[in-house]
Design a protein around this ligand. Structure first.
Ligand code: 13P
Ligand code: SF4
Length: 365
């Protein structure tokens, strides 16, 4: 029988040093029964404790391949859901702070996407003409929607391959929730901007005319990431005026205009690899979350590489930041005591179809 859980209130005021020592101790006690996965946007104090780190694609692979009884996900809610969906029977996925969501994922929900699908029925035959593609930054029931309707999941590192797969199935794509990832990827595949229309879920028929829908190749959901929205093309221009020899790299969640000015575009993992592999004494302007950029800047400074945050105003992902050493310690000490707190469990009927869409992605990419 599960024991009564230790109370989070007793952890809230612990200082980080004490937490660090106790996290290390709890990890030792749990051994191979527990794996901590850490996304690149986690703050240093938490990232440091991760057994495996990566972008969304790598972490979902790690989650599907792990044999640990407990998968503690230092990331955001949809990531822990993916870990649960891909986990083996008996494995438990845990999110240290349940308030760690993703504001972009929240911009699309099942009822709005189902309404969109129905409204499109007046113009198209969606199940014959549209492949639904959801960015992994989405709730499990939207992944299940894609699974049920012949669709698929993508991440920022495999979006091009996934869109190619989608076009191989049906003539058009409905892409949600991030318009920017969809537009940036489509454009790099040679699809002109006028063939990518934006569906506004707050308007009837998405605010689109019949003709726009019929002639579109991709229908993009009007969602975005507030963190990547901060970067503007003029930030790149101003920096290049002062340091013309700078290399620019951006995450594909940045706007079209920013990505057009960035010769390098890629997932968090790709950004890290590109700069780590770059020649010494190079200067980089990076359009992605602050914790990653600061950590990378410190890592490559000894090689003479300079890494700068793209925006003059500092902005981090506040939901990724929710996971602190206090919450991590709390979940780990509970596991040591034999009690599971903050388990993320996706209902079976959702999980089955979400897994179908995720398995398609893992197979294609
Ligand atoms: P990556 O898959 O590139 O790590 O991106 C996840 C994310 O949430 C970016 O905002
Ligand atoms: Fe979501 Fe943006 Fe945070 Fe990524 S950076 S988790 S997309 S809010």
């Amino acid at each position: 029988m599960q024991k009564a859980a230790l109370d989070i209130q007793n952890y809230a005021l612990l200082d980080d040093n004490e937490c660090n020592a106790r996290i290390a101790d709890a990890k030792k006690k749990l051994g191979r029964r527990c794996v901590i996965l850490g996304h690149h946007y986690q703050r240093d104090e938490v990232f440091f404790h991760a057994d495996l780190t990566g972008d969304s694609l790598r972490l979902s692979r790690e989650a599907s391949q792990s044999d640990a009884e407990y998968i503690v996900f230092c990331g955001v809610h949809f990531m822990a859901e993916v870990a649960d969906i891909l986990s083996k029977p008996g494995q438990v996925s845990i999110l240290p702070d349940l308030a760690a969501g993703c504001s972009m994922a929240d911009m699309a929900n099942l009822s709005a996407v189902e309404r969109c699908w129905q409204e499109l029925e007046s113009v198209l035959k969606p199940d014959q003409q549209l492949t639904p593609v959801t960015y992994i930054n989405s709730a499990a029931d939207l992944k299940a929607f894609c699974g049920r309707h012949g669709g698929i999941v993508c991440t920022s590192s495999n979006a091009k391959k996934i869109l190619e797969w989608g076009f191989g199935q049906r003539e058009k794509i409905l892409f949600f929730p991030d318009q920017h990832l969809g537009r940036n990827t489509g454009y790099r595949m040679g699809i002109p901007l006028e063939k990518m229309v934006t569906w506004d879920p707050l308007q009837k028929m998405g605010g689109l005319s019949r003709e726009q829908i019929v002639s579109a190749d991709i229908i993009l959901w009007k969602g975005y990431c507030s963190v990547h929205q901060v970067f503007k093309p003029e930030h790149i221009d101003r920096f290049l005026e002062i340091y013309p020899d700078t290399q620019v790299i951006a995450h594909p969640e940045c706007s079209f205009e920013v990505c057009q000015k960035s010769p390098f575009i890629g997932s968090t993992e790709t950004i890290l690899k590109t700069i780590r592999d770059a020649p010494t004494n190079t200067r980089w302007l990076v359009g992605t979350e602050l914790n990653l950029v600061n950590r990378l800047a410190n890592e490559v400074r000894p090689e003479g590489k300079e890494v700068h945050f793209m925006s003059p105003t500092l902005c981090m992902c506040s939901t990724m930041f929710r996971t602190d050493p206090q919450h991590l310690l709390w979940v780990l000490e509970n596991l040591v005591e034999g009690s599971v707190v903050n388990e993320i469990r996706v209902p079976n009927d959702v999980s089955t179809f979400a897994k179908l869409a995720l398995d398609r992605m893992l197979e294609v990419a």
